[in-house]
Design a protein around this ligand. Structure first.
Ligand SMILES: Nc1ncnc2c1ncn2[C@@H]1O[C@H](COP(=O)(O)OP(=O)(O)OP(=O)(O)O)[C@@H](O)[C@H]1O
Length: 712
């Protein structure tokens, strides 16, 4: 029986979602014929009008009639009996598209590649001309021999184009025309990966099996871009709902991590912004739910309630069975702490103090006890040393290592700090209040006594969790195979969190995967934003060492980010209004536009400026998911989210880094450095929320981060 398959191209650019229901029905009827007819019958069927387009490049490409308006384009290998549906378009564009495409089997991956061969052929002479003044040995791939390129699956036509590439900007212009796997190889080479490293990255995650040079096998061997359809029922199901690519077409690295049958313990997935860590976490949950025993439950944690509801909706699209979904909780770690404490206090909910109330208490203690340190210093000492290591008495504090703290304390000084710590905790207890982190610590202690609540815990946005939160996560699940699955990115660490997971009983050594392909933002946005972190060594997620963005790339293309320098705030806000209006006039949904500011008061001004100019805009924090209007919020509040357009405003000297958020070097040089990196990461996080358009503005002197990155 013939194998039906749907190509990723079929769903691209939202074309499929815009097809009228009747066209979808007709696609199903046509596909039924592909399923049931012999090839002779297909060719003879007048309704289907199955034929090769004249002028096609690939002899395996055919078109067929969907109805009087639409035609389908299908890849039908000569040998074998698979049919890969590539596009459904209006009559003329369908022929035009079909004639431009070529199809082949990648020598390295054994996967089917379909690419715009017409575009590649037309672009190559132009690139050759532009590259002529640059000597071949100075071009981007000069160090890689033709033989090595062939080993990595680069075919002759791509080789000719690759040899013209002078720099990564030129590679970006080629990307839309390249066969996908070959494109990935060239991007790795541009990022200075060795042939062996690329071989590992590109081949190791793929299904094993001999690479055969026949399209039929290749179609069945390309889960990244081809959805094999088991039958007409499944086809009907796929065609009847809006399509989200992330549900079906995982990158081999994503698939391997998400659907590995079992890990002997905890597992960690890292990667730059937009590399699909959350997507992997959601697929892992689908996998875990399918194996769950009747009395077991799964927990997914993330950083904010907004992200938790987005995750819940996402998993709802992946797991249809409500009975399975019922066995999943999606919350923040702090919510878990509150639940545990409420349960332990027979239903009485805990009361909290926020960061500024906590600081007020330290300030009061500094004055009362006449201490020689600032309130900020004591709050950090409590958070990063005492709470982090769960130090319960002076003896332990005396001998504790103070990793990451740059201001030494002698024995007498430690005794005085401890006096303040004791007063602080005693007064909090007497007032019946806690900080969120204290609550996590207490909840962990309770569960350490009572036992875990979940069979599996999946942690998203793991980079900002404090050791007390990790202790709670550790206590929520027993140390067993597949206990914790952790997703995070140290480049997005915007709160001061440093942990050694091993000392907290979470061991991911030898069990981790880094994702490198960005699915969210255009290459232009990544190329612009990555230098914001350049030169900074970012501490790895788990246990020492550093992480880099090597090989971080995107296959998406778009305009370069733009900047605006204003002399005064009014001018900056006027320019923002103009930019947002341009986006809306170009047809972009206002709710897919975000404005990000370092401070809440700047965000409020932006809301006023936009609404004053007649543009629907609202605060991100309070906006309901379905509400209209441009979203405006602080850079912190954009964490984990994404928008088609992002305007980062107020990126001024003095705002980024914000002086008050950075411990003075003379107070604590190590803390000073950590705070500065967090501020850098904050700007990076805000910029990498953008999918298509990024705009950055400032008033007066720009942020030194922009200047250091060569942007302003
Ligand atoms: N395999 C895929 N195919 C298509 N789209 C994908 C794929 N993987 C991820 N995406 C999309 O890329 C975007 C970013 O994914 P996701 O939020 O999972 O990344 P992330 O690494 O968690 O990002 P961040 O760390 O910046 O929050 C989302 O729109 C997601 O749907």
């Amino acid at each position: 029986m013939p194998q039906l398959a749907l190509g990723k191209q079929f769903f691209e650019s939202g074309e499929y979602d815009e097809l009228p229901p009747v066209a979808r029905k007709n696609i199903r009827i046509a596909m039924e014929k592909f399923r049931n007819f012999t090839s002779g019958e297909l060719k003879a069927d007048r309704g289907l009008n199955f034929k090769p387009p004249q002028g096609r490049r690939s002899r395996n490409i055919f078109t067929f009639k969907v109805d009087n308006f639409y035609r389908g384009v299908v890849l039908a290998p000569e040998k074998g009996d698979s049919y890969l549906l590539l596009k459904v378009m209006a009559h003329d564009p369908a022929y035009d598209w079909a004639n431009k495409q070529d199809a082949g089997v990648n020598r390295l991956t054994g996967a089917v590649e379909i690419w715009d061969a017409d575009g590649l052929e037309r672009l190559t002479p132009d690139l050759e001309e532009r590259a002529a003044p640059t000597a071949p040995e100075q071009r981007l791939f000069a160090q890689v021999s033709d033989g090595d390129l062939a080993t990595l699956g680069i075919d002759d036509r791509v080789l000719r184009a690759a040899r013209t590439v002078v720099d990564s900007d030129q590679l970006a212009t080629l990307v839309p025309f390249l066969p996908e796997d070959q494109c990935e190889v060239l991007q790795y080479l541009a990022a200075q990966f060795s042939v062996e490293e690329i071989w590992r990255e590109v081949v190791a995650h793929r299904p094993v099996g001999a690479v055969k040079n026949d399209l039929d096998t290749a179609i069945r061997n390309t889960p990244t871009r081809v959805k094999l359809v088991s039958g007409l029922d499944e086809l009907e199901e796929i065609l009847s709902q809006p399509f989200a690519s992330w549900r079906t077409f995982l990158h081999p690295a994503q698939r391997k991590v998400a659907y590995k049958a079992s890990y002997p313990g905890s597992y960690q997935v890292t990667g730059g912004p937009g590399t699909g860590k959350t997507v992997v976490a959601m697929h892992r949950i689908r996998h875990l739910l399918s194996y769950l025993r009747p009395d077991e439950r799964v927990l997914l944690t993330t950083f904010t309630n907004t992200l938790a509801s987005a995750l819940r909706a996402g998993i709802g699209q992946l797991v249809e069975d409500p009975a399975r979904l019922d066995r999943l909780d999606v919350t923040t770690v702090n919510t878990q702490a509150s639940e545990v404490l409420t349960e332990a206090a027979a239903g009485t909910k805990p009361s909290y103090v926020n960061d500024s109330q906590e600081l007020e208490r330290w300030r009061d203690l500094v004055a009362r006890l006449d201490l020689p340190w600032t309130a900020e210093f004591l709050a950090q000492e409590y958070r990063h040393v005492v709470l982090a290591q769960r130090l319960d008495n002076l003896e332990d504090y005396r001998t504790a290592t103070r990793r990451g703290r740059g201001h030494p304390l002698n024995d007498g000084q430690r005794a005085r700090v401890w006096e303040a710590v004791t007063a602080f905790t005693d007064e909090m207890t007497a007032d019946g209040v806690r900080t969120q982190l204290q609550a996590c610590d207490e909840a962990a202690r309770i569960l350490e006594e009572k036992g875990p609540r979940y069979r599996h815990v999946v942690v998203d946005e793991a980079q900002d969790l404090h050791p007390a939160q990790w202790r709670l996560l550790r206590a929520l699940v027993a140390p067993r195979p597949d206990d914790l699955f952790i997703a995070g990115d140290p480049h997005q660490r915007i709160y001061d969190a440093r942990v050694s997971l091993k000392t907290l009983g979470v061991n991911v050594v030898g069990r981790s995967q880094r994702l490198r392909r960005n699915y969210r933002s255009t290459q232009q946005i990544l190329t612009w934003a990555s230098p914001l972190l350049a030169g900074e060594k970012v501490e790895a997620l788990a246990d020492g060492g550093t992480e880099s963005l090597a090989g971080y790339r995107s296959a998406l293309q778009g305009p370069r980010p733009t900047t605006h320098a204003a002399d005064e705030t009014g001018g900056e806000l006027d320019a923002l209004v103009d930019r947002v209006r341009e986006w809306i006039d170009a047809g972009i949904e206002p709710a897919s536009i975000a404005v990000a500011a370092r401070f809440n008061w700047v965000a409020k001004k932006a809301v006023n400026a936009l609404t004053g100019a007649g543009i629907d805009a609202r605060a991100l924090r309070t906006a309901g998911e379905k509400e209209s209007g441009v979203r405006v919020g602080t850079m912190h509040s954009l964490k984990g989210l994404e928008f088609r357009c992002v305007a980062a405003i107020g990126v001024n000297d003095g705002a980024l880094p914000f002086t008050k958020a950075v411990t003075p070097e003379e107070v604590d040089p190590l803390q000073h450095r950590t705070d500065l990196i967090a501020e850098r990461c904050l700007l990076f996080v805000a910029c990498t929320r953008a999918r298509d358009h990024l705009y950055v503005s400032w008033t007066g002197k720009p942020s030194p981060f922009l200047a250091e990155a060569g942007i302003a």
